[in-house]
Design a protein around this ligand. Structure first.
Ligand SMILES: [Zn+2]
Length: 411
């Protein structure tokens, strides 16, 4: 099955050589071919160029993209797509003025999701979750990270991992599973957190690693949840099973989690709504990418990640949805790209870099995803007619997408 797309108004994020990350000032540059074509065969990008250089190619499907933009699918490097039920009642509590901590203390938050998930069958959980994933794909996401973390027991965490594995097998999208081993402290361990850390490091992680589904371990490093010492113990336990850290840090408090992540060669440090100069210093010269989650800031009215500080320091930045039932119940990357421009003060070029190639980097897949490059996977967005790619973030909350191609298949 081959697809030829012709007369593309703007073909975005074109790299002849395999670029795997863009940092700092380089994020201002988004390589574009005006009036372009692209040819894909099976699941691979084969050829592209200017229409004036186009020589006829036989293809099973030909798409005339006159007036439209073509770009790599969004790479959403931080989601909690697998969950049971929803938390709309907490939404109303929040409107009425309750804080994240107050909602958690009255039995809401992660513990609420955990209870629902534990009571949901594996098949039901799969059905609920793949339906959500398919919505994300229709909104342009072609590669999606999915975390566990609503299990809180080994049994329920393994159930989540098996569901993510099944999604990975059945979906055309690229799925990256992450073991969020330490997300919250269950009620029965409230007064004996160290016992729970022991349970995570000696039982949950070894058993989860045995399934061989994930290469990443995550911790919610935050006041009232897992402190630096706890986080380090969990990262050390993960390391024994070759699980690389991708961690939640600096959402509400600065505990030193960024430096700890860098010390343990984290692939990404995510959230960073709170950020100081020591954090920036720690990130310099590392292979760790920062991930901002503006949908979460929007939804629970907390500060936005100071993204300019990160990019202006020469560092790379990715943006993701944090799609989850409590603090970001939207997996729409188009909105995230827009919010990155409006609230994080990224230019459209920086935001698109953050949502494609750098998002792929934050999942460890940027050698095969995130740019229009010969030999890379054919995950593409074809937009509705528009004058310029800046209209994607400009027309916020509009749906810019006309068609998506995932793994070489037109959906
Ligand atoms: Zn998250």
């Amino acid at each position: 099955m081959s697809i030829l797309i012709t007369n593309i108004k703007q073909l975005l994020q074109v790299h002849d050589s395999n670029v795997t990350i863009v940092k700092g000032d380089a994020m201002k540059n988004l390589p574009v071919i005006e009036n372009a074509y692209v040819y894909i065969d099976h699941d691979t990008i084969i050829e592209y160029g200017k229409m004036e250089d186009y020589r006829p190619i036989e293809a099973d499907t030909v798409i005339d993209a006159t007036g439209k933009i073509v770009l790599p699918s969004w790479c959403d490097s931080h989601t909690h797509v697998v969950y049971a039920g929803d938390r709309t009642s907490e939404f109303v509590d929040r409107i009425n003025g309750l804080s994240y901590a107050e909602i958690a203390n009255k039995g809401g938050g992660i513990l609420n999701s955990a209870k629902k998930l534990q009571d949901t069958s594996e098949d039901d959980l799969f059905e609920q979750s793949i339906k959500r994933l398919n919505e994300l794909i229709a909104m342009g996401s072609g590669a999606v990270e999915i975390k566990t973390g609503y299990g809180l027991t080994t049994e329920a965490e393994l159930k989540m991992l098996r569901v993510i594995k099944r999604i990975k097998q059945e979906s055309l999208a690229k799925i990256i599973p992450t073991l969020l081993a330490a997300h919250a402290i269950p009620e029965e361990f409230k007064s004996k957190k160290q016992d729970y850390i022991k349970y995570i490091t000696e039982e949950l992680i070894p058993q989860a690693a045995k399934l061989n589904i994930t290469h990443y371990v995550d911790v919610f490093c935050e006041e009232g949840y897992f402190d630096i010492k706890d986080t380090e113990a969990i990262l050390e336990a993960g390391k024994k099973y070759n699980l690389r850290p991708k961690i939640h840090v600096n959402q509400f408090n600065i505990l030193g989690g960024i430096a700890l992540g860098v010390k343990h060669n984290a692939l990404s440090v995510d959230h960073l709504e709170e950020l100081n100069d020591d954090d920036i210093k720690a990130l310099k010269g590392s292979d760790t990418i920062s991930v901002a989650l503006p949908g979460c800031s929007y939804f629970i009215s907390i500060p936005y990640t100071p993204a300019r500080k990160i990019i202006d320091a020469g560092l790379p930045l990715a943006i993701a949805t944090d799609y989850n039932p409590g603090t970001a119940p939207s997996g729409n990357m188009n909105f995230v790209v827009s919010a990155a421009c409006v609230k994080l003060k990224l230019t459209p070029e920086e935001a698109i870099n953050a949502a494609t190639i750098n998002g792929a980097y934050a999942m460890g897949i940027s050698n095969m995803y995130g740019s229009i490059t010969r030999g890379k996977k054919a995950n593409l967005i074809i937009t509705k007619p528009m004058n310029h790619y800046s209209e994607i973030p400009y027309a916020f909350a509009h749906d810019p997408i006309e068609q998506v191609i995932i793994n070489g298949q037109l959906l």
